[in-house]
Ligand binder design. Structure first.
Ligand code: HXC
Length: 287
């Protein structure tokens, strides 16, 4: 069943703003990232999504491609973000088949809830490796292509005759802003993700590249929320009380933030963390 456009994209965006542009996205078959990619493809782009599971990734790419006739969406499965050679091969294949990489999203994550006394060193290391090191490896694989893309686009905030390009987004979390139980590994990993993005913003800004973080709050229908619901149903029930807007977010709200950061409108956003959580982290400890 095709996903109605209003479920992944606001109507304010102009069709064609990502014409002939290419997005590389890890974790692109997951609930949040697949909607980010869908929005990008709907607005004219082509994409390559990466995942560990071959069937899920290939099927995810096929589904995304249905949003716009003529779009090209490649799904490359059997790629683990902890493997630098596999990521480099995937980025090279994306560039070869789609003509470059203009935008990248480091979205792959592997998380679970566990108190420190039940968290083995290997469990901690696994999440650090997937979330933090995996984001670094993704960036390293894409940055040479993003530099090439940035040469064709200006990030001066003036005119964009060739559209935008040379932009990177990391998907993080807000747990480490305030502290949460059972998430020592996630907090450590996502704090690292934020700082990797900041370092790229500083070191690659002179090349015209921007690097920013999107921090989703509780988003309906995601694997993260389902896992939380299974391991800690009471905290899920209570969570809406701690959100000033009184509701969970929608995947569309993350996709819209993504389109903004990749668009001409975000020409001066670099090294920022865009928190999309209804104000939840501001109230932590209050609920
Ligand atoms: C304690 C756990 C655990 C759990 C795994 N481990 N699950 N420890 N509680 N629930 C431990 C294992 O015992 C092992 O340690 C170590 O972690 C590695 O486990 P493996 O299964 O060998 O690792 P791997 O196959 O690489 O699996 C990675 C994973 C898994 C992170 C553990 O959950 C996964 O693949 N998840 C992918 C999908 C996902 O997590 N999506 C959520 C994204 S949402 P020992 O010591 O036994 O060797 C999100 C938002 C935040 O990121 C949501 C917060 C909940």
């Amino acid at each position: 069943m095709p996903v109605p456009r209003e479920e992944y994209l606001s109507s304010i965006w102009k069709d064609g703003i990502f014409d002939n542009k290419v997005l590389f996205c890890t974790g692109g078959a997951g609930t949040i990232c697949s909607m980010q990619v869908r929005a990008f493809v709907a607005l004219g782009g082509n994409a390559c999504i990466i995942g560990r599971n071959v069937e899920k990734t290939e099927k995810g790419a096929e589904d995304i491609a249905t949003v716009r006739p003529g779009s090209k969406v490649i799904g490359i499965g059997n790629v683990d973000v902890r493997d630098p050679a596999a990521l480099k091969a995937a980025a090279d294949r994306c560039a070869k088949e789609l003509g470059g990489i203009d935008f990248a999203i480091a979205g792959a994550a592997g998380n679970f809830l566990a108190p420190i006394n039940q968290l083995s060193s290997n469990a901690f290391k696994t999440v650090m490796d997937i979330d933090a090191l995996g984001s670094f490896i993704t960036a390293k694989a894409c940055l040479p292509y993003l530099v090439e893309s940035a040469k064709k686009h200006t990030n001066t905030g003036k005119q964009y005759p060739n559209g935008t390009g040379g932009r990177m987004i990391f998907i993080s979390a807000s747990f480490h802003f305030v502290g949460k139980p059972m998430q020592a590994h996630v907090m450590a990993a996502k704090a690292a993700v934020d700082q990797i993005s900041n370092s790229i913003a500083i070191e690659y800004g002179p090349y015209g590249i921007t690097s920013n973080v999107i921090t989703p709050g509780p988003i309906s229908g995601t694997e993260g929320m389902e896992r939380l619901g299974r391991s800690d149903p009471e905290s899920v029930k209570a969570s809406k009380k701690g959100i000033p807007l009184g509701r969970w977010g929608e995947v569309k709200e993350i996709a819209d933030a993504t389109v903004f950061l990749f668009s001409e409108a975000a020409s001066y956003q670099n090294g920022t963390v865009m928190v999309v959580d209804g104000g939840q982290w501001r109230t932590s400890g209050a609920s």
